[in-house]
Design a protein around this ligand. Structure first.
Ligand SMILES: [Zn+2]
Ligand SMILES: [Zn+2]
Length: 304
């Protein structure tokens, strides 16, 4: 198979909306153009914004940083060392390699230094705690350092597997909430998913074409997550019906207003422990890491 635009051999087959084969060079051009169009379509970013990109060591965040830098955005990198054996060291190595290649500042935050514990030390739902932790630390860091936007590498496959999961469980409240741009409010920074409608497979092919450093080591706690299974059969479906993943996403975007529930005049407040924006007295981060205990201890010691 030859590239549609030149005589070079095909590097990737694009199957939707039209079936075309592209060589490496033309695929790089195609991919960057798709991302650029997505950024424009959803009015995701401005060139004068100070952007913090979340990098875990995996391909998605790394490709996001790479392409934004290439497109001329003002980015810095943010990484959390979660202290997971066999995973965190490898991740940190990949993130450092990326920062060097991009010549971009890298900020590393160590979970154990902040909470006194790692994810390993916690019992129960490690994946959801990990999610809460990452979102919180990244937002706090960005907020305190004057960033305007946080970028995460969530892609089309992530989004539709979350949406499908929320349909299967009829989580109506969450069903209205998948969006490419989450505006800033209170002490929450604006959050953007530049790969909202970009297929994970294409991100991987771009990473390989551009020789972007990343690690394929997966977190052991993520194994067996149900959303990983959703991903697999959505990709099976895609093989038989090209475009079904994107159509599912577009259909969702058109209809998600149906799931908006009237929330009573909800007032956010400041967490009593850390002062960041919270839905309750104590934010979920301070709750799962039991930081209120630390604070109480400090106060008791002061009183003596
Ligand atoms: Zn070509
Ligand atoms: Zn808090």
């Amino acid at each position: 198979m030859k590239c549609r635009f030149c005589n070079s051999p095909s590097y990737v087959e694009i199957r939707y909306p039209k079936k075309i084969n592209l060589c490496k060079e033309h695929f790089i051009e195609y991919f960057e153009d798709r991302v650029k169009k997505s950024i424009e379509k959803y009015k995701m970013l401005n060139k004068d914004e100070k952007i913090l990109v979340a990098v875990s060591g995996g391909k998605d965040g790394h490709v996001a940083a790479w392409i934004l830098k290439k497109l001329g955005y003002n980015i810095e990198l943010f990484h959390i060392n979660l202290g997971i054996k066999g995973f965190s060291d490898e991740s940190l190595r990949a993130v450092k390699a990326l920062a060097e290649r991009l010549n971009t500042p890298l900020h590393v935050v160590d979970l154990k230094e902040i909470t006194g514990k790692t994810i390993e030390d916690i019992r129960g739902k490690k994946c959801s705690i990990c999610g809460i932790t990452k979102r919180y630390l990244m937002n706090k860091f960005g907020y305190e350092r004057g960033f305007d936007v946080i970028i995460t590498g969530h892609n089309l496959d992530d989004e539709i597997s979350f949406i499908l999961n929320n349909v299967l469980n009829w989580n109506i409240r969450y069903l209205a909430k998948h969006e490419p741009v989450l505006p800033a409010h209170d002490k929450f920074l604006k959050k953007v998913k530049i790969f909202f409608e970009i297929d994970e497979y294409l991100i991987l092919k771009y990473a390989e074409a551009e020789e972007i450093p990343f690690t394929t080591v997966k977190c052991k706690f993520a194994e067996g997550a149900i959303t990983l299974k959703h991903r697999d059969y959505l990709n099976e479906l895609e093989k038989e019906r090209s475009g079904i993943k994107l159509q599912f996403l577009y259909g969702y975007m058109k209809n998600r207003h149906l799931f908006k529930v009237e929330e009573e005049d909800f007032q956010f407040r400041e967490c009593e422990v850390c002062g960041m924006t919270s839905a309750g007295k104590i934010c979920s981060f301070c709750r799962v890491w039991k930081l209120y205990k630390k604070k109480r201890k400090k106060e008791n010691n002061k009183g003596k």
